[in-house]
Design a protein around this ligand. Sequence first.
Ligand code: ATP
Ligand code: MG
Length: 797
Amino acid sequence: RHDVIALDFKHLNDMQLKAVMTTEGPLLLLAGAGSGKTTVLINRIANLLKYGRGADTTEVPDFVTEQDLQFLEHYAKNPTPEGSGRALSLCAVEPVEPWRMIAITFTNKAADELKARLERVLGEGANDVWAMTFHSACVRILRRDIDRLGFDRSFTIYDSSDSQSLMKRILKELDMDDKTYPPRTLLGYISRAKDEMISAESFYESADKSGDIRRRHIGRAYLEYSNRMKASNALDFDDLILFTVRLLQEHEDVLEYYQRRFRYVLIDEYQDTNNLQYLLASLLAGGHENICVVGDDDQSIYKFRGATIENILSFESNYKNARVIRLEQNYRSTGYILSAANDVIKNNQGRKGKKLWTEKENGEKLTLHVAHDEREEASFVTSRIIADLAAGDKWSDHAVLYRLNAQSNALEYAFKRSGVPYRIIGGTRFFDRAEIKDMLAYLCVVVNPSDDLRLMRIINNPPRGIGQVTLDAVEALAARTGQPVFEVLKESEAYEDLRKAAPKLHQFVNLITDLQSAAAEAPLDGFYDTLIERTGYVKVLEAKATDENLTRIENVQELKSNIVNFLREMPEGTLFDFLNEIALYTDIDQYDKNADSVVMMTMHSAKGLEFDTVFIVGAEEGIFPGVRSIGEAEEMEEERRLCYVAMTRARKKLYFTAARQRMIFGRTTAGRTSRFVDEVSSENIEKPEAVSAPVGYIFDDGEASEKHETASRSFSRVYRAERQDYKKRDLKPITPPGAAAAPVPAYNKGDVVNHKAFGRGLITDVQPAGGDALIEVAFDSVGTKRLMAKSASAYMQ
Ligand code: ATP
Ligand code: MG
């Protein structure tokens, strides 16, 4: 029993320690941002794995003396860091096996961090802890038993854009207008119905009875969607959780298996669980009720996804023996930042109310910068970041947070021109690019040929001379005979409508079956090469080597690095395993903390993360708070919580920036500075003297914004859109006032420059580019960079 005290909890404060030691029974850790909730969760698992039950449990082993008991009794009421060592050694009798733990977080990134930290404390054993997202946990559970619900265990997973394509196709077939019934809206209804566990059949039935035509249409779409998913043996993200809940509810032996297996259930960011996730957690913890949830009611930001704050507020009434521990000390942010965040959140009515404090010094006040337009805003952010670099900070100490993905547009542009390395989380997901979806579709079809949606995506891609008429006929036949498309293709000559195209269809079938045997023989990376070659995908792109196609080829090849990295982690990994992992990639996963670059993301994605310097851009009425929340009390409170989340990501320095006019979604809008900035007490923030008077805002909603959001998903598209923006304005790029007319700085090949952030460099090339020049500089420290002369000149001597 004496391998104790390799782990100590000296760095924890008393309340944190108490939370770590309270191992048995339901526990709610309700605490503000940066107070160490996630830290406690990690230490709690480590404690259980290393020492077992905590010091405040009633059972004490028999080697414990009377004196020890007295100490323990006292300690249970007043745990102190100093006493923790002795208490632990007395109670370290029953380390919990790692596989008895399930720790659920919301992002894969958080789950990875959890695993990494546990590994540091516990070594290999940590791998057996189920530390993962709700979705990954459900995939594991379903892979084992989903056949009980009539699905095949090799089901594929549809992400939201897969679901949208499927829905679009369904609308076409049902003759429903996608303007009246936008696919995204329909999927929203379906998602909500699933969250309430309303099946497609009962949804349709009640819609039918109601006589409401619109509801009936929605019901039909839902019904068709479910049938199609079932036929393709596919599950969407909501299904993963819904089916797991159903599996556990309907099959007692399965429920018992997991309840017995998981003696401890832990959930981070509990304020963002929706009804299904709540049900799942309750089911898993049902027997022993050793459930620990941590969260912050002020950080609940997913109401639109069905998250209900009730889950956290009613924890005490759901679990009779629940203990509640609150933490009030913030360890993340300096005084001004924390005080400003409190200034904002206190304007919300519906909250439990708590005030954080910090021992840290006040630090620097917040800064508000009001720019002329979004370009000047972007160059302000750029210049501040470069100045920080010159002062010794790293790129990755900086995060730029925005409300809408489309806002990244102007920032990316400025960063590119000035050579600032950045990564975007969300918005331009690598895996959302068409060519990557194509390659993944091939891989999926090889594993599961019944995946109709993906099969239809690639059947004539690259072109194989299979025409639309044939494709429509194939789909119609599949629908009529109730078979997967692949089966129809196999027997194509048996169908009148397909006889002519049969040879081509057969070639495609052969391609897939050949690939299936290749996949069975070769290791995954080698197989991927075979796939590229046999499908002819890259060859077609090479034949027309436009810039765009070259980028696509690069991306197709880039996917191989994912495979190679994956194999490094999992040397025996199969194609099936790889697809599993990829399907669950959420945006946040591309954020690699080790690569030094500025991080850009929406405020929603920033949950749980922290950075030295944070820029909250677009702090304007109509953008943030968004136009939809203005005049809607509840929505406004949710926006304010989002603001609180964003502000509390900052450790040392927080900027708000706003633009007097902004080009977004293809329109120019003008808005006054955000009310959230006004709510920050003037003692905590530096503001420019005169902030422009309100001009009111024009804002386009719905369709156009949706289009723009999708458009901003790809780099190249962003740049194309930007160029069009220029055309719409006055045929020249809008730059900060004064800069537009500035002459191009006279750089010559062979010049030596000194850049604030990159240091010394030699100019190796100068090319005219529009009204500017593209220069190539070989820097001593960071290698060669291509910069736009005008932007770069501000930082170079
Ligand atoms: P959020 O609400 O944003 O998710 P959180 O409550 O989960 O925040 P953590 O991320 O666990 O907070 O901790 C915030 C920061 O404070 C981290 O950098 C963590 O290392 C540090 N921290 C937590 N507890 C302590 C402590 N007792 N002493 C010193 N630093 C601490
Ligand atoms: Mg946290």
